[in-house]
Design a protein around this ligand. Sequence first.
Ligand SMILES: Nc1nc2c(ncn2[C@@H]2O[C@H](COP(=O)(O)OP(=O)(O)OP(=O)(O)O)[C@@H](O)[C@H]2O)c(=O)[nH]1
Ligand SMILES: [Mg+2]
Length: 331
Amino acid sequence: MKVSFVDEADIVVESGSGGKGSVHFRRARFLPKGGPDGGDGGRGGDVILVAQENLSDLSDYLHKRFFKAESGAPGGRNKQHGRDGADLRLTVPVGTQLFESETEEMLCDLDTPDMQYVVVRGGRGGKGNTHYKNPVRQAPRIAQNGLPGRRVTLHLVYKIMADVGIVGSPNAGKSLFLSRISSASAKVASYPCTTQIPQLGVYCAETSDRFTFVEVPALAGKRDFLKHVERTHLLLIMIGLTEPFREEEILKEVQTHLTYIMSYGHGLIEKPIVLVLNKLDLLKGRDRVALLIPFLEGNTGREVFPISALTGEGVENLLKVITRSCKVEPE
Ligand SMILES: Nc1nc2c(ncn2[C@@H]2O[C@H](COP(=O)(O)OP(=O)(O)OP(=O)(O)O)[C@@H](O)[C@H]2O)c(=O)[nH]1
Ligand SMILES: [Mg+2]
């Protein structure tokens, strides 16, 4: 199982320089003073970032930080054009945003597979001396240098592409729920904060629609993982119910999550958010849950769904609501 997850990286990219134009004169037998025939230099390579589907984080950019495209070759004799430098294509996971570090401006959001962005264009090749011949200058000894490549420092931020975000309390049963509805194999364990990095699972509905769920580490975690639910259509806040519980304490727990989501900003609090009370199977009677639901709904204005990730009770109903909500609000 992958234990590290790199969702931000800083890299420096540089396009290739253009090749030099050539100073050369035609040489042939019986032609002592041939005219200029120096070719142009080749164009430098571009640096292009490409969104690739099978990548799951930015760990490729953890150690190597500097990337340069190939420069163009110089022009040659006989008007030979120098070879163009090869473009440098750097792959990043789908969902990576590119920022120019200096200005903090977002250059591109690579949010669809195979989407590309040319960060810097290669320098133009220099002109060979053939271009400088004119009626008064028959033997130009000058040519142009290629233009230098451009260097840019980029800040990359990977934000997972998913339809539904699962946040909530440690040990609430988020991973068990995820593995119940998808083929994800997120580790499930009876201690808090088992999940240290975001976990993805794809739920295939009967209608053959597919929805991607992401579990982010419980909010008690050290790092801020909420960026990975920014792109979702819907958030689940999951709470594990264990007896004995007090209604006010559950409400407080829910409000802590809502406050955290609100203070994160980025419009998260405006998304549809539903509350999921898990571990229903552990409760002796259902009477108190029947009272807890309207109590929470009344105090938070959010819909509440009781489920058991273990037995599956209530899960189907919850999934119906989720799929409906995701289909109504496609981005
Ligand atoms: N009885 C019962 N146990 C559950 C249920 N859901 C989860 N559990 C148990 O609760 C513990 C925590 O489950 P996880 O799925 O790891 O919880 P989590 O929310 O992902 O936890 P962290 O990743 O550590 O925050 C495990 O021992 C699960 O077996 C449930 O519906 N009923
Ligand atoms: Mg977990």
